[in-house]
Design a binder for this molecule. Structure first.
Ligand SMILES: Cc1cc2nc3c(=O)[nH]c(=O)nc-3n(C[C@H](O)[C@H](O)[C@H](O)COP(=O)(O)O)c2cc1C
Length: 193
């Protein structure tokens, strides 16, 4: 199954992109195809004009359209998700998440806005008809450390949340794939006389 890793941080040294990448690597170990999509790498003027005819934006929207699942990552800015993430989500059609699974993740400066994903981002995602939105994963930037030698260092409670989130998404994708196979075999089965 194919999964888009959608990153909504304007920062190139992003803790939430690090977490997103880590989750993508874990999902790849389950046999899924992952594709990274960082909103900050899309053309800014086209994003501001919501110009879906722009070839790069059109490609990004098509990547989401063709995915089975999305991991949507954002830093918390002003008690909410980032403006650049909203610019991209606004390009998607009203049913742009139909049939898809979504795992929201965020990093914040403290625990103060732990619920921001649930009160701010989740309703926006839900408005685009996803199959389901999994429980959110929230970490402070300190809990997502980077070590030049050892690489990503997740605080133990976050490592547990990430493992649970990855397992749940992988299990739901597997169930989705099994349902698609069963549907296809019913469609192609010979009709008994
Ligand atoms: C403009 C701005 C606004 C922020 N507002 C909040 C906030 O309201 N609550 C919070 O917990 N952290 C806030 N932060 C801190 C970031 O959420 C935190 O540093 C995050 O881990 C950055 O993620 P990134 O490295 O992926 O960009 C803010 C940071 C910036 C730059």
């Amino acid at each position: 199954m194919s999964i888009v890793l959608l990153g909504g941080s304007p920062s190139p040294q992003s803790s939430c992109s690090r977490l997103l990448l880590h989750i993508g690597e874990k999902l790849a170990l389950h046999g899924h195809r992952t594709a990274r999509l960082e909103v900050r790498e899309l053309p800014g003027p086209a994003l501001l004009r919501a110009d879906t005819a722009d070839p790069e934006l059109a490609r990004a929207v098509a990547l989401v359209r063709d995915a089975d699942a999305l991991v949507v990552a954002t830093p918390i800015y002003k008690a909410s998700y980032t403006g650049i993430l909203k610019l991209f989500l606004d390009l998607l059609p009203q049913d742009g998440l139909a049939g898809k699974l979504v795992l929201p993740i965020a990093t914040g400066g403290s625990q103060s806005h732990l619920l921001a994903l649930d009160y701010a981002l989740r309703p926006v995602l839900a408005s685009m008809w996803p199959r389901s939105i999994l429980p959110s994963i929230y970490a402070t930037s300190e809990q997502v450390g980077q070590d030049s030698a050892a690489g990503l260092r997740l605080a133990p409670p976050i490592a547990v949340r990430v493992a649970d989130g990855v397992d749940q998404l992988a299990a739901e994708l597997q169930a989705l794939a099994a349902r698609a196979v069963a549907r296809e075999s019913r469609r192609t089965a010979p009709i008994a006389a």
